[in-house]
Ligand binder design. Sequence first.
Ligand code: DGL
Length: 273
Amino acid sequence: MADNRPIGVFDSGIGGLTVLREIWNLMPDEGTVYFGDNGRAPYGTKSKSTVIRYSLQNMKFLEEQNVKMIVIACNTASAHAYHSLTRNSSVPVIEVVTPGAIAAAGTTRNGRIGIIATKGSVNSGVYKEAVERYAPAGTKIFQQACPLFVSLAEEGWWDNDITAAVCREYLTPLKEEGIDTLVMGCTHYPLLSDAIARFMGPDVKLINTGVAVADVVRDTLNSLDIASSGGGEVLRAFYTSDEPKLFEDVASPFLGRGLPAGTKHFSTDRYEV
Ligand code: DGL
């Protein structure tokens, strides 16, 4: 039966927009409610227990918006909090690590895959394990935490000299390992994909997990028979725990005219979890 309730999407900030955009592209009839926890970002340097608490609070907020599904559009939150969310959520929960891992495993030709992610995701080992699960035996995996990429993305410095210098610093070891596939294992990183691609060169395929995640969202809606029937007005709501204007200034160039004015402020730390 059609379900016209919106899909809830959250991230620590603007990184989840790289997933949201792919959801819009693939499923233009689906309404969405996006929550960016910019006021408490970054998640990638925080402890597991803190990321779980923040994620549960974000989940509660989205449930109150009457969503039919929650997409954790953040690899760090997916790595640390997916199981806590699925245990507590009243609606299906989609995480972003597995789709990216499957895409990477199916892309490599030389069996050398790089993963760039936050410190939290790298240290959790969840991404590496997921790629190992799906990649051919003998695949070599190289991980690199790139914490400054999140600040560059949030600042809107997506492709300038400073970003190029930071890419050189973080990515040189991966280039030297001769990887042919690089997973952008943090939803903020696709915002920097021009700078990353230029440094890595044309022989390295970048995996933007947003595309793979949107496929999983569509397949899940269809298999549960809860896709929208379309036809009505499509909700596109945005909330941030920081200043709405700051959020819109950085998000607008990325979403183009897709970002309606009227982002609202909301702090999810009021929820007891
Ligand atoms: N966008 C997030 C991720 O995918 C986290 C960035 C951060 O807050 O550190 O991991």
